[in-house]
Design a protein around this ligand. Structure first.
Ligand code: ATP
Ligand code: MG
Length: 326
């Protein structure tokens, strides 16, 4: 059983400050040191299948083509086509049961697609299982570590251990299924920091998550999934820009009659009302708040004001018309 010693990986100064999550230094970190990449570009290895070498300049790290997985009548993954580029951190976001783990299992070769194709760094996952295993490190959703000592570890420590173990053969590509589910804040920061370090090493990271915050902190691009279908794929910045950069929630003492007027305010993207609660999605213009408060408080005094970043639930609601969590 491999247990990591606790060297610091050292956060490289090359990552732009804005991309790095803020975390206390003592949250760092308990992984084995990263070994230098054989391929400094982080692109596909030199030994690509010859048909790929000839026909493409950059081979996607992961390529899904019209991928489907059915369990009886359930379409767990429904005609999914998606590319993950080499060297990026790519996030699969979706609610429980949206098909994230099923996708990861097909990408790892653990589950056979009902139809469609999966290529990893140019290799067909089913036909070239051995090569794919060599290129790939996977941290499954349920971290099963059968060791008496490890069983006493916290969830965060088990997670970090599983990540360290998945990296032992220095894979080009990492899959992490819900890497920070059920871990405390410090372990979450340490894991984020480590994944950013992997990207600096040129590795490709594909992770699944329920947390938009996590996706925003880490991912170069995100795919939003629902019922096994791709709803949107974009950079976090563009998703936030398109689907509202800030959410203002106002609680009134009586039901507000100001909705129409609020919707006309420049910078307001959407207004929803549920009883005495108003949810206003804005483009993130800071000076909107006094104006909105002014309009709403004409009907009576406000009971509560909350200003927050949009959650995945807000974005999901806009995209699907239904709420992400129940
Ligand atoms: N082996 C299986 N047999 C039958 N149905 C399955 C099987 N595996 C998954 N499913 C169903 O497929 C759908 C997608 O499940 P999946 O585990 O991929 O979702 P998920 O997005 O990973 O969810 P979570 O966020 O809870 O991990 C669910 O409805 C699930 O019940
Ligand atoms: Mg899952």
């Amino acid at each position: 059983m491999y247990l990591p010693t606790l060297p610091r990986t050292g956060s490289s100064a090359t990552t732009p400050r804005s991309r790095r999550p803020i975390r206390p230094l003592h949250a760092l970190t308990s992984y084995p040191p990263l070994r230098p990449e054989r391929n400094s570009t982080g692109n596909a290895p030199a030994s690509l299948p010859s048909h790929r070498r000839r026909t493409r300049r950059t081979v996607p790290a992961v390529e899904m083509i019209d991928l489907c997985k059915h369990f009886g009548t359930l379409r767990a993954v429904d005609h999914l086509s998606l590319c993950v580029e080499p060297g990026e951190i790519f996030g699969l976001l979706g609610p429980n049961g949206s098909g994230k783990t099923t996708i990861i299992n097909m990408l790892s070769g653990l589950s056979v697609p009902t139809s469609g194709q999966v290529h990893v760094l140019g290799y067909d996952v089913r036909r070239n299982a051995r090569q794919v295993r060599h290129l790939l490190g996977a941290v499954p959703q349920e971290t099963a570590l059968k060791d008496a000592r490890v069983n006493t570890f916290s969830g965060g420590m088990k997670r970090r251990l599983a990540i360290g173990r998945a990296l032992l053969h220095n894979p080009q590509l990492m899959y992490l299924d819900e890497p920070t589910l059920g871990v405390d804040v410090q372990a979450r920061w340490a894991i984020w920091d480590y994944l950013l370090t992997l990207r600096e090493q040129g590795k490709t990271v594909l992770l699944t998550t329920n947390y938009l915050e996590e996706a925003q902190a880490l991912c170069d691009r995100l795919a939003i999934l629902d019922h096994g279908q791709l709803i949107a794929v974009d950079t976090p910045a563009h998703l936030r820009q398109v689907y509202g950069a800030r959410v203002i929630e106002l609680e009134t003492s009586t039901m507000s009659m100001a909705i129409k007027e609020l919707r006309k305010v420049a910078g307001v993207k959407e207004v929803r009302q549920k009883g005495v609660r108003l949810k206003i999605t804005t483009e993130g213009t800071d000076n909107l708040l006094p104006r909105l408060i002014n309009i709403v408080s004409r009907d009576g005094p406000l009971r509560d004001i909350t200003v927050r970043e949009p959650t995945l639930d807000d974005i999901f609601l806009r995209l699907t018309g239904t709420s992400l969590r129940d």
